[in-house]
Design a protein around this ligand. Structure first.
Ligand SMILES: Nc1ncnc2c1ncn2[C@@H]1O[C@H](COP(=O)(O)OP(=O)(O)OP(=O)(O)O)[C@@H](O)[C@H]1O
Ligand SMILES: CC(=O)N[C@H]1[C@@H]2OC[C@@H](O2)[C@@H](O)[C@@H]1O[C@H](C)C(=O)O
Length: 397
């Protein structure tokens, strides 16, 4: 038997595995690294985050990835080169972080790497007859495995597309295993570049469980800041939005896209929600003069309203639900203020209350998916989400 298969077989049977979950999201702020201990699989999964860190990307990394990110006219040679380069950069970050944590490479069983999405093209976006949903993540797993010496599971989204999904959001699988409760109705709300939520009613009816994007999280706010406030990456503590007034006509125009009327589950990315989208909304609303502060105030409320409306559209009963927040947007005080106003009957907590650091949640999700890939079985959730295990396995030699 190939020694790698033998080694993997051994890992798959370990009562406790150490899995390094990696997420590089649409915000391009940094690489989230969560070292997790995983016990069991499926509904019996128990995860502890032993270490977590977001390693911020330097300007070169951001600029290189931005040159192709959600860009239909990207240079194909650049795409080819970056697929390898992103993995090399991630491998360097992993090795230096393990050193900093004093964790030996041999003590990590598996790397679970999301990679970097560079283009996400569900059918509703590309609308090309005869072509299916498609999504592309770079930072190839083979390079990570060879450079780190650790078995790597990567490219989780392709199987979801192959089995009839849109390749995202995948959070439902991890959210169900880690956070479903028989006592409490839960909504797991992640506000990253794009916002998404998982619906977890306490009735135990797996058919009802799904996860969907709601629209922009921070992506439009971040893009506007980066374009108009040189040197700033995001609206820290909503300092700029708090100085502005909402432009109602712009808000209505931003909300007019058919994405918001499409049924769940659905996904989207900065391929739609970008500065061109904002420009078009300004044009449609006939707005020619405005302050940056007013635009930021409007974008902030736009994010909040589209999240709240998606949650209202899902929950028809009078039952109580608790919203567990995660992702960088939960640190935006104005956004959270709006959400609490718009969803007055909901309790707000964070995944910290469920023992998972909210900034680490997505990296933990990929650790869970890798654990399922080697030790679990496919899971059928509701709304036609495919019953599959996900990820491709790369050996170091
Ligand atoms: N103090 C803060 N004030 C306002 N916004 C903040 C704050 N801290 C973080 N953010 C926002 O959170 C963003 C990062 O969020 P996160 O790391 O969850 O995104 P991501 O993982 O890249 O996204 P995705 O889940 O879409 O892939 C920042 O770009 C910023 O917009
Ligand atoms: C294609 C892609 O990378 N999508 C991401 C993105 O970031 C948030 C949202 O858009 C979500 O759909 C997804 O990530 C999370 C981890 C998911 O699949 O659940």
């Amino acid at each position: 038997m190939n020694k790698n298969i033998q080694h993997l077989y051994h890992i798959a049977q370990k009562p406790v595995k150490h899995i390094l979950g990696l997420m590089s999201g649409t915000s391009l702020d940094g690489l989230d690294i969560a070292l997790c201990s995983c016990e069991g699989s499926g509904n019996n999964t128990k995860i502890k985050v032993i270490q977590f860190k977001t390693v911020p990307y330097n300007t070169t990394f951001k600029n290189e990835v931005k040159s192709i990110f959600s860009n239909r006219h990207a240079d194909l040679q650049k795409v080819c080169i970056l697929n390898e380069w992103v993995a090399e950069e991630h491998a360097k970050i992993i090795l230096s972080t393990l050193l900093e944590w004093n964790v030996a490479v041999k003590d990590v069983d598996i790397i679970a790497s999301h990679g970097q999405t560079i283009y996400h093209a569900p059918k509703r976006l590309h609308q090309l007859p005869g072509f299916n949903n498609a999504t592309l993540q770079i930072g190839d797993g083979d390079h990570l495995a060879v450079k780190t010496g650790i078995i790597t599971i990567s490219d989780f989204r392709q199987k979801h597309v192959a089995a009839g999904g849109e390749g995202a959001p995948l959070a439902a699988y991890g959210d169900y295993f880690l956070f479903a409760s028989e006592k409490e109705n839960r909504i797991m709300l992640n506000i990253g570049g794009i916002a998404n939520f998982t619906f977890l009613p306490a009735n135990g009816n797996i058919e009802q469980i799904f996860c969907s994007d709601t629209g922009p999280g921070n992506t439009l706010m971040d893009a506007y800041i980066q374009n108009n406030f040189p040197g700033q990456f995001y609206d820290e503590n909503a300092a700029i939005a708090l100085k502005g007034k909402v432009i109602k006509a712009l808000l209505d125009s931003l909300k007019a896209d058919t994405f918001f009327k499409t049924s769940f589950p659905k996904t989207i990315g900065p391929e739609l929600f970008n500065l061109a989208y904002l420009e078009q909304a300004l044009k449609n609303a006939n707005i020619h003069q405005y302050s940056h502060e007013d635009v930021m105030a409007t974008l902030n409320l736009f994010t909040a309203e589209t999240i709240a409306e998606a949650i209202h559209a899902t929950i028809h009963s009078k039952q109580e639900y608790t919203i567990y927040c995660s992702g960088g947007g939960m640190h935006n005080p104005l956004l959270m203020h709006h959400l609490k106003q718009l969803l007055p009957n909901f309790q707000f907590k964070t995944t910290n209350d469920l023992n998972i650091n909210p900034d680490a949640k997505e990296a933990v999700l990929f650790a869970v998916l890798a654990n399922e890939c080697i030790s679990g079985n496919g899971l059928a959730l509701g709304k036609g989400q495919p019953a599959i295990t996900m990820g491709k396995i790369s050996f170091p030699n």
